[in-house]
Design a protein around this ligand. Structure first.
Ligand code: GUN
Length: 283
């Protein structure tokens, strides 16, 4: 029997718990999201994040900027948010337009407001095994969902496909911290199938619709699909779900798997930063 890893269900539980916590706070956490340009997927993600923040009782602001904004002006926006004591969490929606260096922008965010955990301060602390202010949302959501379903990672052969700073890299670190044996595969990997066929846990974050078919996966393995691909037939993951379903022991659906967990972790991170800043101000 295959178990569906219902990220939507668990995310909703986390959201309700956060809502209850926020009700008890006099001051409300405030999340600022910067959206540059008009990437349709980013627009949808940002709208969903804002809706969820409002539902929980957070304050939120979306700053929409022209696609041709200069790096300098974008940095200026971040400095303003860094200085604004009413803002607890800052997110710059990625990807950014080609003419802007992503690292310059993410590095400009004050680490205590870095809700994505993308600054070298937070990412460096994550790698070193020190507690960062925030852990990147998608990787954090993946680990939480595995734990919610009591899936033990210790000693498991785990293959991560993709090495991005947003998903592949940080999730490989978190998995290693759970004592998994981690292999990171990417576009230069030879004989991908040889690796994935031995994976007790397979995490795909490559953005190729239905790329992972049953020939890639081990019997009774755990399949985590991070892909959100827009095709003529609607949204689909990196995994050919119908084709793989019976062979897997656990599988995340798309939509309703890792996507909602990512948003829930963004909300959790916002609340945690808010509490940290409150304590800091009291000290
Ligand atoms: N674009 C896709 N995923 C993410 C994410 O987790 N954070 C940000 N800032 N941008 C993204």
């Amino acid at each position: 029997m295959t178990t569906i890893l219902n990220g939507k269900l668990y995310a909703d539980i986390i959201i309700e718990q956060l809502k209850t916590k926020v009700e008890k706070e006099q001051k409300k956490p405030k999340l600022a999201v910067i959206l540059v340009g008009n990437n349709p997927a980013s627009e949808i993600y940002v709208r969903n994040k804002q809706k969820k923040a409002q539902y929980i009782g957070f304050e939120s602001v979306v700053i929409t900027l022209e696609n041709n904004i200069s790096e300098e002006n974008l940095l200026e926006q971040i400095y303003i948010l860094n200085e604004d004591t009413n803002i607890n969490a800052i997110l710059v929606q990625l990807p950014l337009p080609q003419h802007i260096q992503t690292k310059k922008i993410t590095e400009a965010i004050d680490p205590i407001k870095d809700v994505d955990g993308f600054t070298s301060y937070n990412f460096g602390r994550l790698i070193l095994g020190y507690k960062p202010y925030s852990i990147p949302c998608t990787p954090k959501g993946i680990i939480k969902l595995l734990k919610y379903y009591n899936i033990d990672m210790a000693g498991k052969n785990t293959v991560v496909i993709g090495r991005s700073n947003i998903v592949g890299k940080p999730v490989s670190i978190l998995l290693e911290q759970e004592n998994a044996t981690v292999t990171v595969a990417h576009s230069h990997t030879n004989n991908l199938k040889d690796l994935t066929l031995h994976a007790d846990i397979l995490i795909s974050a490559i953005g190729k619709a239905k790329f992972i078919t049953s020939e890639f996966i081990k019997n009774n393995s755990v399949i985590i699909d991070v892909g959100i691909n827009r095709t003529e037939n609607g949204l689909c993951g990196d995994v050919d779900y119908e084709n793989v379903y019976k062979k897997a022991a656990f599988i995340t659906p798309v939509p309703g798997g890792i996507g909602p967990m990512t948003i829930a972790m963004l909300m959790e991170n916002t609340f945690e930063l808010f509490k940290l800043q409150q304590n800091y101000l009291v000290l």
